[in-house]
Design a protein around this ligand. Structure first.
Ligand SMILES: [Zn+2]
Length: 117
């Protein structure tokens, strides 16, 4: 399995998160999009991986107050809706990257399907 580590993490214009990975790849995420993918037990069924969130309830204006590292494998975000329990592993963040290069890889398109075997 590939291991990805962010070289730098920064907030862009209060609305986006930018991660530059150690392989030089650059990813940008909108905070509402990250929020809708929140992997915590409140937002996602732990057994089926199905989202328990109503995406319409997440405003497009949602921001994040802070981002913090979790160990050396993940990040968490304090969103402006006061939610902040989701732990986003680097692997997950890398898979969420929606740039043209990543969307073109088949591994990425299956990642969004969740656990369905
Ligand atoms: Zn959550």
């Amino acid at each position: 399995m590939m291991n990805f580590t962010p070289r730098s993490v920064e907030k862009v214009e209060d609305a986006r998160l930018r991660i530059v990975w150690d392989d030089g790849h650059r990813s940008e995420y909108l905070f509402p999009v990250l929020r809708r993918c929140c992997p915590c037990a409140q937002c996602k069924d732990e057994w089926t991986g199905k989202s328990l969130l109503d995406p319409d309830k997440i405003p497009d204006t949602l921001g994040a107050l802070s981002a913090s590292l979790v160990g050396n494998y993940a990040m968490s975000f304090a969103y402006s809706d006061r939610h902040g329990t989701g732990i986003y592993t680097f692997e997950m963040l890398r898979k969420l990257c929606s740039c043209k290069d990543c969307e073109a890889t088949p591994e990425n398109s299956s990642a969004s399907e969740g656990l369905r075997s």
